[in-house]
Design a protein around this ligand. Structure first.
Ligand code: PMP
Length: 419
């Protein structure tokens, strides 16, 4: 079978066509090694639409100022733009108010903020932090650091063979010692979408807090933190078609209000005196120093861009593209995809018999196809399959079946050349 034989090519789904998105993203129209670029490294970072690039340029060209201080017009304008970005993130996440959103550098910083502020204040000897075995290192190592300091314990939540969470094991691990559950809303290696709402409800029965790592989720499907009832939700702008260096942490108002500041400095204080200082209200007390103002403007543009397409249509398109890619890759002898949990996002981590993942990535790069190879900063999830390294193609709304065909054809040629 060749990929051309496959039926049900997902060209459009409902009102959404990937061409609508491609038109806006300039870098997708470049060549790499003499071939039109096929960007399948969206799990690492997404490409940016001109709306985001133009918003950044317009901010610096016409509106740059520091915020929350200075009695001048441009400071006021920059402050308004920054706070409009906060309101946009709150709407995007279904958060009850902009004050529940703190700007951070990205998911990693958001989780470190919670670990260092909430964690140090709330964890003690014998307390347990339940962490999914599929977590990214940024949802493991910050907890290890604070656990060492507080003598709390990290407990991995095991996976089933298909890469889904072992729900029964999770229920069995929960106890009144559980203080926090740290879980991804979508895995960057296996694509698994854990049953976060159900897990949160179970964790809350024991009084545990739940932090959801939404880094891989927000670009793929709509999120409603109210419906999830999550205590914390973190994501990065750059995986959402926005700039690098900006992300957000949502926290329930009563949880954020009880947390001590994490970093000290300008912007996060009310009064400073050598006898002591008082702090600005939430969320400003978690935003010490000059923030990434342009980043917020770019993130706002990215949210507007993504939500200008019907989210449900985009999710349906990505689902059909994943199905198409799974069928296409099944035609490559010796290729095995890791993770087949129902409802997974469009992430295809795979091994190819006889080829090292690094060689696979290099071979594809010669054909202008960008994928990732390595441990993907989620080593425990690969060890679940007895692996240290794998190749990963991660799809986005602007990827097309033709691009999947190019991936498959190139892999078939690699197989043939390897004999
Ligand atoms: N969590 C997950 C699931 C991720 O995929 C990533 C990025 N690969 C992160 C966290 C970390 O995101 P960032 O590097 O933007 O902080």
């Amino acid at each position: 079978m060749t990929t051309a034989d496959l039926d049900a090519r997902p060209r459009t789904a409902g009102a959404f066509s990937p061409e609508d998105a491609r038109r806006d993203v300039p870098v997708l129209h470049r060549t790499v090694n003499g071939r039109p670029l096929v960007w399948l490294d969206n799990g690492a970072t997404t490409q940016k639409p001109r709306q985001v690039i133009e918003a950044l340029a317009a901010y610096y060209a016409g509106a740059n100022s520091n915020i929350h201080r200075g009695a001048h017009t441009m400071a006021r304008e920059a402050t308004e733009a920054y706070e409009a970005g906060r309101a946009a993130v709150a709407r995007f996440l279904g958060a009850p108010s902009p004050e529940t959103v703190c700007f951070v550098r990205g998911t990693t910083e958001a989780i470190n903020l919670v670990a260092q502020s909430w964690g140090r204040a709330n964890l003690g000897p014998g307390d347990e932090i339940l962490v999914g075995a599929l977590e990214h290192h940024s949802n493991i190592v910050p907890w290890q650091l604070v656990a060492r300091e507080t003598r709390a314990r990290l407990v991995p939540v095991p996976l089933l063979a298909d890469g889904s969470i072992d729900r029964r094991a999770f229920e069995g691990l929960l106890s009144y010692r559980t203080r926090l559950v740290a879980i991804s809303h979508a895995s960057n290696t296996l694509g698994t979408v854990p049953p976060v709402r159900e897990m949160t409800a179970l964790a809350h029965r024991y009084g545990a807090r739940v932090l959801v790592d939404g880094a891989q989720a927000v670009a793929h499907f709509p999120v409603d933190v109210g419906e999830l009832d999550a205590d914390f939700y973190a994501f990065s702008g750059h995986k959402l078609y926005g700039p690098t260096g900006i992300g957000a942490l949502y926290g329930k108002p009563e949880v954020l209000a009880a947390m001590p500041p994490w970093q000290g400095g300008g912007n996060m204080i009310e009064q400073v005196d050598f006898t002591g200082s008082s702090y600005a209200p939430v969320p400003h007390c978690f935003e010490a120093g000059t923030g990434n103002i342009a980043g917020v403007v770019g993130l706002h543009a990215a949210i507007d861009w993504l939500t200008s397409f019907g989210r449900a249509e985009v999710a349906a398109y990505e689902e059909s593209l994943l199905e198409y890619a799974q069928q296409a890759l099944a035609s490559v002898p010796g290729l095995e995809v890791l993770g087949s949990a129902p409802g997974k996002i469009a992430v295809l981590t795979f091994t190819l018999a006889g080829s090292d993942p690094g060689e696979v990535a290099q071979w594809l790069d010669r054909d202008g196809i960008a994928i990732r190879a390595g441990h993907h900063c989620a080593q425990p999830s690969l060890r679940h399959y007895g692996l240290d390294s794998a190749a990963r193609a991660s799809l986005a709304l602007y990827n097309t079946p033709e691009e999947v065909d190019r991936l498959t054809d190139s892999l078939l040629r690699l197989r043939r050349s390897a004999g």
